[in-house]
Write a new protein. Structure first.
Length: 274
């Protein structure tokens, strides 16, 4: 059965069209009654049908446009989500690439530091040997003779190639790396011993050079251990400046797998792996 509640549930266009049609139909009935006949005027019937048809077409068009708008909004939302997801994937890929570059750089720089540490230890040994020889000749009163003093430079190909990426190590570690690498890149120096210096003075020069190589080796070892600490997840032992006094006093300590807190290694710089 037809009810007013069902009429109210109709779309506004259909309600208006239905009301207009009923009104025209009622007027037509009244007109037909006054003419003493019940024949509905064809023009009125056509008008009523046109009104209902146009109302239905308008309603369907409105629904079609509404569905089209919703579809476009949904597609736009999907496109936005796709762009956001693509940006997130690109960002994640960039972070992964940066972390991979950082890991490779750490390993490469630490390997080069190990090589430099070996060079520093070798030249420290050479200076110690010359110091002992000069001391022995001084005690034996051997006359002074010409002997050139040679201080080499050291190649750092990995550091030179990756200097633009050194910031990946972090400001603190990068600063220490630059410091020890700059020491390696000092120009080669040869000093002729003219006139010949006495052996006791030469011994002093060799002792000073030995101490310089030892200190440089300590710096190299410490920086290598700082890099290893970041790789292994250990406690950062601190910068070169912060640990200078402890390393000078042979009290500097580093973490290790066997001792997660500290392991005294400063006095064993030449023996401990980095």
């Amino acid at each position: 059965m037809w009810s007013t509640s069902r009429f109210r549930r109709l779309p506004l266009e259909l309600r208006v069209a239905l009301a207009a049609t009923l009104a025209i139909f009622a007027l037509n009935v009244v007109w037909a009654y006054t003419q003493a006949g019940w024949k509905i005027d064809p023009g009125a019937a056509t008008l009523c049908g046109a009104i209902l048809g146009l109302a239905i077409i308008g309603h369907q068009a409105r629904r079609g446009f509404a569905n089209l708008i919703r579809s476009q909004e949904h597609q736009a939302k999907l496109n936005r989500e796709a762009r956001v997801h693509a940006a997130e994937l690109e960002e994640a890929a960039a972070r992964a690439q940066e972390e991979n570059d950082r890991s490779l750089l750490r390993a490469a720089i630490r390997a080069e530091l190990v090589g430099l540490l070996n060079e520093a230890q070798n030249y420290q040994g050479v200076m110690d040997t010359f110091s002992q020889m000069s001391g022995a000749m001084a005690q034996s009163n051997v006359p002074a003779f010409k002997q050139a003093l040679h201080f080499p430079t050291f190649k750092t190909p990995i550091y030179d190639t990756n200097i633009s990426k050194i910031g990946l190590l972090g400001i603190s570690i990068a600063a220490d790396v630059v410091k020890v690498m700059n020491r390696a890149k000092r120009p080669e120096l040869s000093i002729p011993n003219e006139p010949p210096l006495e052996h006791k003075f030469m011994k002093t020069i060799y002792d000073t050079a030995s101490a310089a190589y030892k200190n440089w080796g300590s710096d190299i070892y410490h920086v290598a251990m700082r890099i290893r600490a970041t790789e292994e997840g250990w406690r950062d032992p601190g910068t070169l400046v912060e640990t200078a006094a402890a390393r000078q006093a042979n009290t500097q300590a580093y973490e290790s797998p066997s001792n997660p807190k500290v392991e005294p290694t400063a006095e064993l710089v030449h023996d401990n792996p980095v």
